[in-house]
Design a protein. Structure first.
Length: 583
């Protein structure tokens, strides 16, 4: 199908004679063969968002439809890949066109010449259905790529091969009920705007452990859950995302740098290959896919990058992996929607965003979840979606933040006040919440300690009481408080400084296991409980605050995991010192 350009408005072009095209078909624009996607059809005119620079285009230029939607290539070679918003590998683009990406460069997402060692897991005559694993490829030292029967294919294995193959070569043949034989290769293609099918969606009940104390203890996110990290400029959203990508106990990380500044994405690209994965001992890039579509790259591709990332995440979920996708940030993605909506001359909604902003956000987040995979067995996988939100001026009432809050179950609200005090992660414990916390309390009690939930509740209560007392302190001063309230304030201060504050760049403090989190949590709450008991026996508050073990509690978070018995020793010393007071 060939059309002609009649209008060019930045990344949006309008072409006529396109009546036979379908929504979201990919087209090639002009003799430069720029990549575009149809986003509106009116009569025989199609509005097309172009994923590349459109300067030099004008009326009369040719538009050719490919007849296929925007799709990604799925198969061996994805792991460790660095792509732009439409899955063009950036290292390959640099090799072809240098540091400045040339227009019209068409590069496949996967190498079609590299050979992979395919090991069958089924034999001739076996019955298979869509989603069944028929073989594996050891993609790198960390990830085993599982080759699956594509959707819509089922029958019996007619032929299965072992050896080295490219992603295009046939590795198996499946005969269906009618006797037709379907050739199976390791490469699958999937349209990014359509979620991959599954058999059943399950309720998330297991936490995704991140090693960040304020998250795991107070506001945990479930595997297969959805979370948002909103906050003003400079409050540490990107560092929180980086920490989650480094330390979360997901099998695979998909990191989408969507519209953020180029230097932030450069930090990720430079840092991740040199980071040692604590789970495997290899580079973190061995289990990471990076999608870089920064603020200086085409705005239309920014909108597509989110869908590219979630489709890759779903593909690995279907293999039975637990995947975490970080989107940094959905605000920039929403701004791309707003720009394209404006150029389409649609009726604007609040603050100029399109009226369908909420539904588009929901479409993205609902593709997360724990699912039973589409296969003959009981294989399950999960996608956990964590989106950063960058409200202008930290205004949480703006449309993107409000639409996100209506969808997500975990809200890690970043505070500029905490950030200015150099308290990081700057997650404000008074406004943040997790709707998974109560559901996962049993998991923490069973796998960490029987009284973990009880200690967590005690910590939250102390922080809330401190916030209430803070009003009194500002009015009449701390001297107006009684000894019990003074003890509450001092304990809450210790919780803030010695537990919730965590140094992302300290070798030991950057990650804390749940076992160590419990020990630190117990120390701080026991200090308060033993202090209250000592006050009731007539002890002086000054003596309680001067016990030697209190200083050791403050340094306990820097004790390495292998020496965690030292934390237990501090607890024994604390109990002995407190018991001696006015006994």
């Amino acid at each position: 199908m060939t059309g002609k350009i009649v209008k060019v408005s930045g990344p949006l072009i309008v072409a006529e004679n396109m009546a036979d095209c379908k929504m979201y078909d990919v087209v090639r624009v002009s003799d430069k063969r720029l990549i575009g996607e149809i986003i509106e059809l009116r009569g025989d005119k199609a509005s097309i968002q172009v994923y590349e620079e459109t300067s030099g285009l004008g009326p009369g230029g040719e538009v050719v439809s490919t007849g296929a939607p925007l799709s990604v290539e799925l198969g061996p070679g994805l792991m460790g890949g660095i792509y732009d918003g439409i899955q063009r590998p950036l290292p390959e683009l640099i090799r072809i066109s240098g540091d400045r990406i040339a227009r019209g460069v068409d590069v496949p997402g996967l190498s079609h010449t590299q050979k992979w060692e395919f090991v069958p897991t089924v034999k001739k005559g076996d019955a298979v259905t869509a989603g069944d694993i028929i073989g594996t490829v050891q993609e790198n030292e960390v990830i085993q790529h599982r080759i699956m029967i594509p959707c819509g294919v089922s029958g019996t294995i007619e032929d299965i091969r072992e050896g080295s193959f490219t992603v295009d070569e046939t590795v198996a043949a499946v005969k269906d009920k009618s006797g037709a034989v379907k050739q199976i290769a390791m490469l699958q293609k999937w349209g990014v705007r359509k979620g991959r099918p599954y058999r059943e969606k399950l309720s998330p009940v297991m936490p995704m452990i991140t090693g960040q104390r304020v998250i795991d203890t107070l506001f945990p996110v479930a595997k297969g859950g959805v979370a948002a990290v909103p906050g003003p400029f400079g409050s540490g959203k990107t560092v929180v995302q980086h920490q989650l990508a480094k330390w979360a106990d997901a099998d695979i990380i998909v990191y989408v740098g969507c519209g953020e500044r180029g230097n932030e994405m450069t930090d990720v690209l430079n840092e991740f290959p040199h980071l040692k994965d604590p789970k495997t001992g290899y580079s973190l890039m061995k289990r990471t896919v990076l999608i870089a579509n920064t603020s200086d790259m085409p705005v239309a591709a920014r909108e597509a990058s989110i869908y590219t990332g979630i489709t890759i995440a779903e593909y690995f979920r279907d293999m039975g992996y637990n995947v975490a996708i970080m989107a940094d940030s959905t605000s920039r993605w929403a701004e791309a929607l707003r720009e394209m909506s404006g150029r389409l001359e649609e009726m604007p909604g609040e603050e100029g965003y399109p009226a369908y902003l909420s539904s588009r956000l929901a479409e993205f987040y609902e593709r997360a979840g724990v699912v039973k995979c589409l296969c003959g067995g009981e294989r399950a996988g999960s996608v956990t979606a964590i989106g950063a939100v960058s409200p202008p001026g930290g205004d949480m009432s703006e449309p993107v933040s409000q639409a996100t809050l209506r969808i997500v179950k975990v809200f890690w609200g970043l505070s500029s006040t905490l950030a200015y005090r150099r308290h990081f992660p700057a997650i404000d414990w008074l406004i943040s919440y997790s709707l998974y916390a109560d559901k996962m309390a049993d998991w923490f009690n069973d796998h960490v300690a029987p009284d973990f939930a009880q200690y967590r509740a005690a910590m939250m209560r102390l922080l809330q009481e401190e916030a209430n007392l803070d009003e009194i302190i500002r009015l009449v001063g701390i001297d107006a408080l009684g000894p019990a309230d003074r003890l509450t304030v001092e304990t809450a201060k210790s919780i803030r400084e010695d537990y919730l504050h965590q140094n992302a760049f300290h070798e030991t403090d950057t990650y804390t296991s749940t076992a160590k989190q419990y020990k630190l949590l117990k120390l701080l709450v026991d200090f308060y409980n033993l202090g209250v008991a000592a006050l009731n026996r007539g002890a002086e508050l000054s003596d309680i605050l001067k016990v030697k073990s209190r200083e050791k509690i403050g340094r306990a978070k820097y004790i390495p995991e292998k020496d965690s018995a030292e934390i237990d020793a501090i607890g024994v010393e604390l109990k002995a010192e407190m018991t001696e007071l006015h006994s």
